[in-house]
Design a protein around this ligand. Structure first.
Ligand code: F6P
Length: 274
């Protein structure tokens, strides 16, 4: 076991991942697992918990607070950015920038050889990463779980683009979309257009690397706010960022409300990529 003191958080701001090595834990979902967690907290005289994660972690935190009286504050952190109560979750901006770098590189080779690429990004059941990387990367098309895509229409637009002189096309597919993933989409586009389509699945690289300034600032602000809430005696809450202000909401907000994807971004991508 690792004793945490002041020096434990020195020199970590520029690293991805977690020094705590914490993760979702199946045992914690059982009564026995929860009792074990509570007795461990008591044994180590831990007076309050800051739970960093997504809605699964927050559900556990809610139980700890409500059933066992452990003061608990949630800090939203997931590249998927699918947590209500915050505009941005920690990790999202870094993941978007990582995916964007990959897309920029793919664009170079695609333009050189007049190729069409289908690029799959993460995001679980949400299209936040796909939409932001799509817009920032000048993608021709973005397929997300929140909306059905008309593949035939999409293919016609891609063909028109090449006829007008486009040198490349990039279709971004969110992993959770109904389309069945990048390989299936690539096959369907190939069958409909006759183009040779290449696929790139970006995968777990989106979950590591040097955090962006935006993520570092967000993590610093939310971390400090979480500690302040605990110091005030608050519990069963999460801290988030709304319109660039730190806001506090009930933990259960994170799973009772579905965060809405801004579909106007999809429209904008369609207009800008004509
Ligand atoms: O929730 C974050 C996330 O990276 C999702 O985008 C992805 O679907 C999932 O985790 C991958 O999980 P694992 O690392 O267990 O394969």
């Amino acid at each position: 076991m690792l004793d945490l003191d002041l020096s434990s958080v020195g020199g970590i701001i520029n690293h991805g991942g977690t020094v705590l090595e914490t993760a979702r834990c199946a045992e914690f979902k059982t009564e026995a697992g929860m009792k074990k967690a509570v007795s461990t907290l008591k044994k180590h005289k831990i007076e309050g918990l800051v739970v960093i994660g997504g809605d699964g972690s927050f559900r556990g935190a809610h139980q700890l607070s409500n059933r066992w009286g452990v003061p608990t504050i949630g800090v939203p952190a997931t590249i998927d950015n699918d947590i209500a109560g915050t505009d941005y979750a920690i990790g999202f901006d870094t993941a978007v920038n990582t995916a964007l770098q990959a897309i920029d590189r793919i664009r170079d080779t695609a333009s050189s050889l007049r190729r069409l690429f289908v690029v799959e990004v993460m995001g679980r059941q949400a299209g936040f990463i796909a939409l932001e990387t799509g817009l920032a990367g000048g993608a021709e098309e973005v397929i997300i779980p929140e909306i059905d895509t008309d593949l035939e229409k999409m293919c016609q637009k891609i063909v028109r683009g090449y006829q007008r002189g486009k040198r490349s096309s990039i279709v971004i597919v969110a992993e959770g979309s109904e389309s069945g993933g990048a390989f299936k989409v690539a096959r369907q586009i190939g069958d409909r257009t006759g183009f040779e389509v290449r696929v790139s699945v970006l995968g777990h690289q989106q979950r590591g690397g040097t955090p962006t300034a935006l993520d570092r600032v967000l993590a610093s602000r939310l971390g400090a706010a979480a500690v302040q809430q605990l110091a005030k005696g608050d519990t069963d809450k999460m801290v988030g960022i709304i319109s660039n202000r730190v806001e506090v909401s009930n933990l259960d907000y994170a799973w009772k409300f579905q965060k809405q994807t801004d579909l106007s971004l999809l429209k904008l991508i369609e207009i800008l990529s004509i």
